[in-house]
Design a protein around this ligand. Sequence first.
Ligand SMILES: Nc1ncnc2c1ncn2[C@@H]1O[C@H](COP(=O)(O)OP(=O)(O)O)[C@@H](O)[C@H]1O
Ligand SMILES: [Mg+2]
Length: 293
Amino acid sequence: MDQAEKLRKIVKEQNTPRHISRVITVTSGKGGVGKSSIAVNLAIALSRLGKRVVILDADFGLANIEVMLGIRPTYNLADLMFRGKNLSDIITPGPENIGFISGGSGIQELTNLSKDQIIYLIRKLVELDQTVDIVIIDTGAGIADSVLEFVAASSEILLVATPEPTSITDAYALLKTLNRKSDFSVDDTVIKIISNRVTPDEDGEEIYEKLSIVVSRFLKLKLEYLGHIPMDNSVSKAVMKQRPAICDYPNSSFSKIINSFARQLCDSEPDIVYGKKGIAQLFSNLLKSRIRK
Ligand SMILES: Nc1ncnc2c1ncn2[C@@H]1O[C@H](COP(=O)(O)OP(=O)(O)O)[C@@H](O)[C@H]1O
Ligand SMILES: [Mg+2]
């Protein structure tokens, strides 16, 4: 049995007939468009709807989710991978029952895993699949290869863009690169566009329309539109207080939209084929391309 087959077997054996988490990956072409703000607040909104939610911070740049939540994790994914820590050690409790996993150096180290370490990691992630309903992955901006690989392995992608022309062209560049990746399969992926920081004189849906036109002409992808978030001071005020906006400014337009996104997402549980479902499967997809033949 080759390595890829072995991984498939571990995921499958332990996955059926049990619970598999829904993985929602938040990404963007350009940095600073609101990915982490959306990931954190959406996690809390989904938790309020009764979902068990964990955020995985796969952005190894700034540890901004930790700052946003005002928490300091003791251990991260690398401690699970290399230092024998368990899932319960690396999931830090956040506000309103959400859990937080810091990728730490673990995301970069994924390239350096031995076969045994890969199998160990996948087994642990199968455990995570069993205990949570939704894993939200916050990625860095999609220029780095490591980010693109995460996005390509995901089944449900929230692509955040702002009305600035550079943000839209960078979002398109990400889609174009994704479309070209050999391990990306269009049919079992949904890509939902969120326009963020939209001012009253801007049209949020226009971002989606512009992207859709070029995407339908040149790429094989299909886009959906989740909606737009207005420019809202409560987001930056909340960051200053190290508190999620949805907790401290529940009536802000930002919080209301995030709540409605959470409801929309719950109403539209995507019917994704088994091959890309769950967090263990995602990592297994990610790692199988790294196994030397
Ligand atoms: N809807 C919004 N209105 C106003 N400011 C926002 C909004 N969304 C995000 N921001 C601000 O934009 C900055 C970048 O947000 P962040 O979530 O860190 O982006 P990313 O994770 O994409 O780098 C932060 O200072 C945040 O407060
Ligand atoms: Mg961020």
